[in-house]
Design a protein around this ligand. Structure first.
Ligand SMILES: NC(=O)c1ccc[n+]([C@@H]2O[C@H](COP(=O)([O-])OP(=O)(O)OC[C@H]3O[C@@H](n4cnc5c(N)ncnc54)[C@H](OP(=O)(O)O)[C@@H]3O)[C@@H](O)[C@H]2O)c1
Length: 252
């Protein structure tokens, strides 16, 4: 049955930044699909822990600040120790700093590249080794429409997210034949804390909304279906793709 191919029973999914926004919606979708969930962020979310437990799934929270590479390197060994394996890795944690490129600080550049791109590589490499050993695995990187476009006042973010598209394709080229599917989701404008500043700016908010063919902002749950698909065996022949989930933004 085709719906059975979307089930994740017995699998362990690690979602970085899984506590809120898009990551929370993905964590819940994967738990509803049957996976046990490990989440990494700086701040725990007890409400999510209860919601996952209510579905009868295991939940493990690991506090780490992905700006600190030594903490990033501890993540996969820690999850392997506590959960035994990682079948699905979702590199979702991300930040954005907004400033004109001429004034953009080196600190903000370094922080954005470290969290949004380098951490995804470090975690993919460590999880990928173990997935290659198992002969199977799913890596989902959260990209952006700024994986394709330059955006405005977000030079580090656009650079990191273009990098995420490249990372996705490069890893896919090496690992597809080893049973590891590496793909990305490029969300459009999704209502979370990350874009609160844009939504609170009346001019930018109106301009963006007008340009979204679907005529509305996205909800984190709009990303959940694509994540479940890419995490499941329903997507076993999907490799190296960057899937836009953006209300039609990239088609405009
Ligand atoms: N919202 C959008 O419109 C949109 C569009 C395209 C792409 N995206 C991408 O979607 C992903 C999720 O964004 P979101 O909109 O859901 O943002 P969000 O609501 O701000 O959530 C970000 C998540 O990342 C975690 N995080 C941030 N910095 C971290 C750090 N240094 N170490 C560990 N975890 C960290 C946060 O937890 P803590 O703060 O507790 O650490 C939180 O769980 C990001 O990669 C973002 O670039 C979002």
């Amino acid at each position: 049955m085709i719906l059975d191919r979307f089930r994740l029973d017995g699998q362990v999914a690690l979602v970085t930044g899984g506590t809120k926004g898009i990551g929370r919606a993905i964590s819940m979708a994967l738990a509803e699909g049957g996976a046990d969930i490990a989440v990494v962020s700086r701040t725990p979310n007890p409400e999510l822990e209860s919601a996952v437990a209510a579905l009868g799934r295991k939940y493990y929270y690991h506090r780490a600040d992905l700006i600190d590479r030594s903490q990033t390197k501890e993540v996969i060994p820690e999850i392997l120790k506590t959960m035994g394996k990682v079948n699905i890795l979702v590199n979702n944690a991300g930040i954005i700093s907004r400033a004109p490129a001429a004034d953009f600080s080196e600190n903000d550049w370094d922080a954005t590249l470290e969290i949004d791109l380098t951490a995804a590589f470090i975690l993919s490499q460590a999880a990928g080794r173990q997935m290659i050993h198992m002969g199977r695995g799913k890596i989902i990187n959260i990209a952006s429409v700024l994986s394709f476009q330059g955006g405005v006042n977000a030079v580090a973010y656009a650079s990191a997210k273009h990098g995420i598209a490249g990372l996705t394709k490069a890893l896919s080229n090496e690992w597809a034949q080893k049973g590891v599917n590496v793909n990305a989701i490029a969300p459009g404008y999704i209502t979370t804390e990350l874009i609160a500043a844009l939504q609170n700016d009346p001019d930018r908010s109106e301009a963006i909304l007008k340009r979204i063919p679907a005529g509305r902002w996205g909800d984190p749950r709009d990303i959940a279906g694509a994540a479940l698909f890419l995490a499941s065996s329903a997507s076993d022949y999907v490799n190296g793709t960057v899937l836009s989930v953006d209300g039609g933004w990239m088609a405009w």
